[in-house]
Design a protein around this ligand. Structure first.
Ligand code: F0G
Length: 452
């Protein structure tokens, strides 16, 4: 059960079927464009959507809003130093700002960044630096519960290649959001460390979900079963040279990010750029009160009872969705449950967006919002004008905001999803009528296929 009780509540809307139909059509059949006031359960993302604790709300009142050298920064920096062991701590307003600044200073034109999987904003920052992002996911590790691992043999081959000198950093995304939120094992991080040492390149963690990764190591690797998630997180950070994070996830707050490093000279270059684009190095685009809420959140997030509840909720939710007839990607991680829409609705071809069709059907059935991770997000337009080049998989992500929804909210999602699965043969696809050149899923306008 939830290891907390509820002190402040917020009503949720229950739009009628006709309102849902009108909202979806006005939004061009794109759930990103649907206003939150017509959504009953919002599982679009676990980012920036956490419920803060009473201790975090009271920490806000202690925020020191001094422009430079605020007490809030000292508290934040001490918590991050204790957790990571890195001396240099730089706050930023969210994860992608950290990526843009740090990767811009590590990479350059012609360079290569190698990773288990670069999250899409990470890839965008690598490419903005004129560099290339190479993803090397180890396909066979999912059986061991570590589907987020990097393929160390492929990474070694890349580094040994005559062009290997172009590789300037290795990035491990923990947990691996783009690969089903699966964790990265400590043995994979150790292997990455050895490769980085052999080739003189830094190992960096995208630590946005570091606590969930650490918990899943304690739950899945018998060698760490007696360790606390905090001890495992410290072991993960100890193996790397630095990290960045979106603190909108395991920071347990609604905004924030960080860069933390051992290398003082690199940190100074990042700070110089931070002043240009984010703010003075002791606040980095955040208010003092945000830094206090984050310091408290980073302390709470490694509590074993909280993490156990988080992982067990995802596991239970995945099992219930499976019983309801949905093809669920197993094993579940912590931050989301993924459903395979192509398997559920083989009658909808990829260019008619089966994952979008499922997500929209779920919205119409019960005002539930989930995100599509299929051809709308990862597919590409065919330069020859034919149907879109499909994504590798047509997944739908049911993300779990931290401490926001109770088990009965999720039961409602399961019941609604069961009704969609039962009637899935009648669900029809979509076609794109308007789309920008990049990141089309945020703004694209769609039409139901039956309207042709
Ligand atoms: N890295 C990872 C692994 C992420 O999941 C995200 C964001 C970022 C970096 C970027 O951080 O949003 O604070 O700028 N993921 C969100 C999601 C958007 O829904 O998964 P940001």
């Amino acid at each position: 059960m939830e290891p907390f009780r509820i002190k402040a509540v917020e009503p949720i809307p229950f739009p009628a079927r006709a309102e849902r139909e009108a909202a979806l059509s006005t939004a061009g059949y794109n759930l990103f464009r649907v206003p939150a006031e017509v959504i009953t359960i919002d599982l679009l993302t676990d980012s920036g959507t956490a419920a803060m604790s009473a201790a975090q709300w009271s920490a806000l009142m202690l925020g020191d809003e001094s422009y430079a050298g605020a007490r809030s920064f000292t508290r934040f920096a001490e918590v991050v130093q204790d957790l990571t062991g890195y001396s240099e701590v730089i706050p930023v307003h969210q994860g992608r700002a950290a990526e843009r600044i740090l990767l811009g200073n590590v990479l350059g034109p012609g360079a290569v960044s190698v990773s288990n999987t670069h999250f899409d904003t990470t890839r965008a920052s690598v490419e903005a630096a004129g560099a290339t992002a190479v993803d090397l996911l180890a396909d066979d590790r999912i059986r061991l519960g570590f589907g987020g691992d990097i393929d160390l043999d492929a990474a070694e081959a890349l580094l040994a290649d005559p062009t290997g000198h172009r590789v300037r950093c290795m990035v491990l995304t923990v947990t691996n959001n783009a690969a089903g939120g699966q964790p990265v094992s400590l043995s994979s991080i150790q292997g990455a460390r050895r490769l980085c040492d052999a080739h003189g390149i830094p190992l960096l963690l995208d630590a946005s979900r570091f606590a969930e990764n650490a918990y899943l190591i304690t739950a899945r690797d018998p060698e760490y079963a007696t360790k606390t998630p905090r001890q495992v997180a410290q072991a993960m950070f100890a193996l790397a040279d630095g990290c960045w994070a979106s603190l909108k996830k395991d920071g347990m707050a609604n905004i924030g990010g960080l860069i933390a490093l051992r290398d003082r000279e690199l940190a100074q270059r990042c700070r110089a750029q931070l002043i240009e684009v984010e703010g003075y190095p002791t606040y980095g685009g955040l208010a003092g009160r945000d830094l206090d809420a984050l310091a408290q959140g980073l302390t709470e997030v490694t509590e074993p009872a909280y993490l156990r509840y988080r992982a067990e909720t995802a596991e239970w939710f995945g099992r219930q969705l499976g019983k309801a007839g949905l093809p669920v990607v197993q094993p579940t991680g912590c931050h989301a449950v993924y459903v395979d829409a192509a398997e559920l609705m083989p009658h909808i071809p990829p260019h008619e967006l089966p994952a979008t069709a499922f997500a929209n059907a779920l919205y119409l059935a019960g005002a539930i919002r989930v995100s599509e991770l299929g051809t709308l997000v990862f597919g590409r337009r065919d330069p020859a004008g034919g149907p879109d080049i499909p994504a590798p998989r047509e997944l739908v992500r049911f993300a779990l905001p931290r401490r926001v929804y109770t088990a009965s909210h999720l039961e409602y999602v399961v019941e609604t999803a069961a009704s969609v699965a039962a009637a899935s043969a009648a669900v029809t696809g979509y076609r794109i009528v308007e789309q920008p050149d990049a990141l089309r899923h945020f703004t694209a306008v769609l039409q139901p296929h039956e309207g042709d």
